[in-house]
Write a protein that binds this ligand. Structure first.
Ligand SMILES: [Zn+2]
Length: 658
């Protein structure tokens, strides 16, 4: 879901120092077991990037600037991408801390660079040789302007301070969650309903009680299955206090600083400032979109909640009129209704989708669709769970890219799932891409939703690995934030159709095979809950936009918005304290998940009933996956669709009128 590793269009080159770095297609060389080694590499990388920037700034005129920029960007990637990843997933805390410190140094350097008048003047003076250079120039100039290069010196200095302070708060916010040691203890009786297989692998204390953390898979399994409402309530309350007062304070600081930042640019709010560089363009467009989603999802949500309330009344043996549905009931009764109505037990599906076979399944899908082949290969890894693969052209056998898969939870690892670029493509220098897919999936095998997650993140990885662009700053990492989720959201559909899931038997003959009838029921079950799902997303996006337009007390703003939802606000909870998106690049951008979904549904329509059609795959690869950021997103989509984009398929999915 999350792609926080995307960097704004930035910089980088080839120097003697770079000879230390791996050759273009090689795996990462150093995994680090102590912080000092990472810091040494960081120093070296920093000096190398600094040198490239200084050399660029020492020249005048626009000639050669795009090629120079590309080389500098590559140097920057080689110095920062690994620390950025290791800061949030490395098993050794000392390495994570050193990586975080490294990341902060580079953020500072990037801000300085984007405020450098000499570089700004050179980019401005350049004469683009083609359409993608013209696009690169536009993007870079906007980046410079966003960083304050056109501001008077005092304001520019203040903008730089603000960026650094905001970044410091973001790091603290995320660290508070990552290093959270909250444990919730439940007796075996309190775990009634939670699958045996899940409980077996859990830590127990001396009294035989289960000691649970707040990580995603643990939390969702318990909330979907624990029969005791008291258990669910206690766990819900613990989870929604994660981050605590400390993070609410971080948020207050961030929004104060963001408001000041917007004012420096003469913008009325942070939302106006941020949206200027998004597809949506301005807050009103987003506000209108969110109110359309609310109108479409609201009635469906209310119908679904009523079904859950009926299920609860029946289970606890109370009259409907006396039965109140709470937030901590939603997942549990959704699961009960899905089982009763559609006979879908996500837990049992784990036998169908073993982790390693699921990965092979994804590889087979992309081989059919895009003519590429993945092969496991030997390479150093940062944890024994991590797997390394190389990607080849299936027809010619030519090496194209590599990727790491880090799929299972462990202490100190960032929650959720995301894709991180380690290297991005540049045909100008022969640089081939490298990526990492990081997730917290269940190692006992995936349920169908986790299979969707795997495909989703793989959609991001493909966007990275198939980028076919001249300059690395135009590879997938710089596409607009409200577009970036579209290819990955579209790819989820490949976990939902009989045609594609039918490929599973080719990778695992011994696995139980899912039937067309089962898939039909899973799809109906997925559709049940869609109203609640979109209504919740709408709530989060509306909250994000509220703070970005009218910064105030985050908890008060959240309480007000959540109180207006059918299940209301639970006093004592503080959801914003763990809402990581709003402190990073998704701030004033959370709506982007749904905005991208509009595009995803539209893109999907081109495949029709054949999700394995290599002809459509080839067109899609050329127009979207390979194109990176070389053209405007709307233009790319229009080219693939052969018509104007629209939101019909998106709204039809919400209301079930497709
Ligand atoms: Zn995503």
């Amino acid at each position: 879901m999350n792609l926080r590793f995307l960097q704004a269009a930035a910089l980088a080159a080839a120097s003697p120092l770079l000879a230390l770095a791996a050759s273009p297609g090689a795996p990462l060389a150093t995994m680090y077991s102590e912080g000092a080694a990472l810091t040494r590499d960081c120093d070296r990388g920093f000096a190398s990037v600094r040198q490239a920037i200084d050399q660029m700034a020492a020249r005048t005129g626009g000639a050669g600037i795009f090629a120079e920029w590309n080389r500098m960007f590559i140097r920057l990637e080689d110095a920062t991408n690994v620390p950025e990843l290791f800061a949030v997933i490395h098993p050794v805390k000392e390495v994570r801390d050193a990586a975080e410190a490294c990341e902060a140094r580079f953020k500072k350097l990037q801000t300085e660079m984007k405020q450098d008048e000499r570089l700004f003047a050179r980019v401005k003076a350049a004469t683009p040789a083609n359409a993608h250079e013209a696009k690169l120039q536009r993007d870079l100039l906007r980046d410079f302007e966003d960083s304050g290069v056109a501001l008077p010196p005092d304001k520019r200095a203040r903008a730089k301070e603000l960026f650094e302070k905001i970044e410091g708060h973001r790091q603290s916010f995320e660290r508070n969650i990552r290093d959270d040691k909250t444990r919730v203890v439940f007796t075996p009786a309190e775990m009634e309903g939670v699958p045996e297989g899940f409980l077996k692998s859990r830590k127990r204390d001396d009294a035989g009680n289960y000691v649970l953390g707040l990580d995603g898979p643990t939390y969702t399994s318990v909330m979907a299955n624990a029969k005791s409402e008291a258990t669910r309530e206690r766990y819900y309350r613990a989870r929604f206090r994660q981050g605590g007062e400390a993070n609410l304070e971080e948020l207050r600081q961030v929004y104060g600083l963001r408001q000041e930042l917007a004012a420096l640019y003469g913008k009325p709010s942070f939302a106006d400032y941020r949206l200027a560089s998004r597809m949506a363009g301005k807050p009103d467009t987003v506000n209108k979109f969110l109110s359309d989603v609310k109108a479409a999802a609201g009635p469906v949500e209310r119908r679904e909640l009523e079904v859950l309330r009926e299920a609860k009344a029946a289970e606890i043996g109370k009259p409907l009129a006396e039965t109140k549905l709470n937030w901590w009931d939603v997942s549990y009764y959704t699961e009960r209704v899905r089982r009763a109505r559609y006979d879908v037990d996500q837990e049992k599906l784990r036998a169908y989708f073993p982790a390693d076979k699921s990965v092979e399944f994804v590889f087979l899908v992309v081989e059919r669709l895009y003519g590429i082949k993945f092969k496991a290969a030997e390479a150093p890894v940062w944890h024994p769970d991590v797997r390394y693969y190389e990607m080849f052209d299936a027809r010619t056998g030519k090496y194209l890219a590599n990727t790491y898969l880090d799929l299972f939870p462990r202490d100190g690892k960032r929650q959720g799932a995301f894709a991180a670029p380690l290297r991005t493509a540049s045909t100008a220098t022969g640089r081939t891409p490298s990526g990492a897919l990081v997730a917290n999936l269940d190692r006992r095998g995936f349920n169908q939703r986790e299979l969707e997650t795997l495909l989703h993140e793989f959609g991001h990885v493909l966007n990275l690995l198939l980028s076919n662009v001249e300059y690395a700053p135009q590879a997938f990492t710089t596409v607009k934030w409200d577009f970036v989720e579209a290819p990955s959201q579209m790819f989820e559909e490949w976990a939902r159709r009989p045609q594609t899931l039918g490929l599973f038997k080719e990778v695992c003959r011994d696995c139980p095979q899912i039937t067309v009838e089962q898939i039909g029921r899973i799809e109906e079950a997925r559709r049940f809950g869609m109203g609640m799902g979109y209504a919740r997303q709408q709530l989060l996006a509306a909250f994000d936009m509220e703070l970005a337009q009218r910064p105030g007390d985050p908890l008060a703003a959240w309480r007000k918005i959540e109180s207006e939802s059918p299940l209301g606000h639970v006093e004592g909870t503080m959801f914003p304290a763990a809402f990581q998106h709003i402190v990073n690049e998704y701030g004033a951008g959370y709506y982007g998940y749904m905005w991208s979904r509009v595009i995803a549904r539209d893109l999907l329509s081109q495949f029709g009933d054949d999700l394995l059609d290599p002809k459509v795959g080839a067109r899609y690869r050329a127009a979207i996956l390979g194109a990176g950021n070389e053209a405007e997103e709307t233009e790319m989509v229009r080219k693939f669709l052969g018509r104007e984009p629209n939101s019909d398929a998106f709204f039809a999915e919400i209301t079930g009128k497709s």
